[in-house]
Design a protein around this ligand. Structure first.
Ligand SMILES: Cc1cc2nc3c(=O)[nH]c(=O)nc-3n(C[C@H](O)[C@H](O)[C@H](O)COP(=O)(O)OP(=O)(O)OC[C@H]3O[C@@H](n4cnc5c(N)ncnc54)[C@H](O)[C@@H]3O)c2cc1C
Length: 376
């Protein structure tokens, strides 16, 4: 991105070895790896607390113990921050947005009061992903929510979004949030899914079915009803091309329509940094072309977690640590045993991405990885 004229104060702060954008699972793991390698590290997050998506995940994680399986998502951030507190080479900036990256290598940060510039030798972008929306009649009525917003309302602020929810999308997010709604005493009218089969883990779907929630595959939402806010919805069956089939429309009574229809990588700063980008539907949209160490085509810039392609918190922690170790190594610093750890992490990543759900991700990652696995 080229530098533009600005009338607001810009303070040139300082140089830092590695700037990590985002303190979700990927950014926390990246920052800790940098800290352990002994490089000066600046961790930046727009929120006022660590964890990214984890702050609303009250359920226990699956997978490997190395990625905190069995621990509740909300407990994971403090495991990292407790360790980070031992490293004087780490600084954390909360409530700070990384808003631009210039050709000169300067990263622009802004908080409530000021713009700041820093000059990182390396940058790790771990900004996560944003929710997708869906086009249907009256989709702007109050009562139409994204699943992340519903989760934040309930699990962070202790507020339920309504009395009766219709969930759109049967991926893990739709299934988990539906179950959390039930736990909070909210009625879930149905889970509506356009694909012919359930997208998420069957263990989550089974819990919903046991609670009496119908999961309607090959269905979609056509309209929201209501004047001031949602009072119901029209759904219909869809054909193989996901087109609504006339005559199958039916009304569902609900005061919330919750959309869990996928996430899109947040990659703005990667575009600014001139990284080569590729549209990879399996990874949720435009992602940076990277090597197996998460280095992008800009040799000073690394990507990690959902910014590199929408996956899960477990893989976010692994790609974050890979990016952290690799960025520090490129500056000539590494913790004892770093090479063995890197090999272990790559094996962990392959294991996480194995199995039927991982196949799609693996295909996407192959497509986004530079030919030969490392940049020449
Ligand atoms: C309902 C739900 C359930 C899930 N369940 C599981 C599960 O059981 N197991 C699992 O492994 N995964 C699960 N996931 C997925 C997992 O939460 C995400 O894949 C993971 O959080 C991605 O980590 P991340 O660090 O890449 O991004 P995030 O967690 O999204 O963190 C990104 C951080 O970057 C910050 N940020 C963004 N842009 C900027 C900027 N410009 N400047 C400064 N800061 C910025 C954000 O504030 C945020 O804190 C679930 C997700 C959801 C929504």
């Amino acid at each position: 991105m080229r530098q533009a004229e600005t009338t607001r104060t810009v303070n040139l702060l300082k140089e830092v070895d590695v700037a990590v954008i985002g303190a979700g699972p990927a950014g926390l793991a990246a920052a800790l790896a940098c800290a352990e390698a002994g490089v000066s590290t600046l961790l930046i997050d727009a929120n006022d607390a660590p964890g990214g998506q984890l702050v609303k995940q009250t359920h226990k994680f699956f997978g490997s113990e190395r990625q905190h399986a069995g621990t509740r998502g909300i407990q994971i951030p403090s495991l990292f921050t407790e360790k980070l507190a031992n490293y004087p080479n780490v600084e954390i900036m909360w409530n700070t947005n990384a808003s631009g990256f210039y050709d000169s290598g300067e990263l622009v940060l802004e908080d409530e009061k000021r713009f700041m510039k820093i000059l990182p030798k390396r940058m790790i972008v771990a900004a996560g992903a944003s929710e997708r929306f869906l086009i249907f009649r009256n989709n702007d009525l109050p009562g139409v929510y994204g699943a992340g917003a519903v989760q934040t309302l309930m699990n962070v602020y202790g507020v339920v979004p309504g009395d009766r929810v219709m969930m759109i999308g049967s991926g893990n997010i739709g299934l988990i949030v539906s179950y959390q709604l039930i736990q909070a005493g909210v009625d879930v009218a149905a889970v509506v899914e356009a694909a012919p089969c359930i997208g998420g883990y069957l263990v989550h779907a089974a819990k919903l079915r046991r609670a009496g929630v119908p999961i309607l595959t090959s269905h979609t939402v056509l309209a929201a009803h209501g004047q001031e806010s949602v009072t119901g919805a029209t759904i219909a069956e869809v054909d193989k091309e996901w087109q609504p089939m006339p005559g199958t429309e039916r009304e569902v009574e609900c005061d919330v329509i919750c959309l869990a229809v996928g996430l899109m990588p947040l990659v703005d700063v990667l575009w600014h940094a001139g990284c080569e980008m590729k549209y990879v539907p399996e990874l949720g949209g435009h992602v940076p072309v990277r090597d197996e160490n998460m280095r992008t085509s800009n040799p000073k810039v690394y990507a990690a977690g959902d910014s590199g392609g929408v996956e899960e918190a477990s893989s976010a922690m692994v790609t974050g640590e890979i990016a952290g170790i690799s960025a520090a190594k490129s500056l000539g610093h590494q913790a004892p045993g770093a090479d063995a750890r890197l090999a272990q992490l790559k094996a962990d990543l392959a294991a996480i991405r194995s199995g039927p759900t991982g196949e799609k991700i693996s295909a996407g990652v192959r497509c986004a990885t530079v030919c030969g696995g490392v940049w020449e």
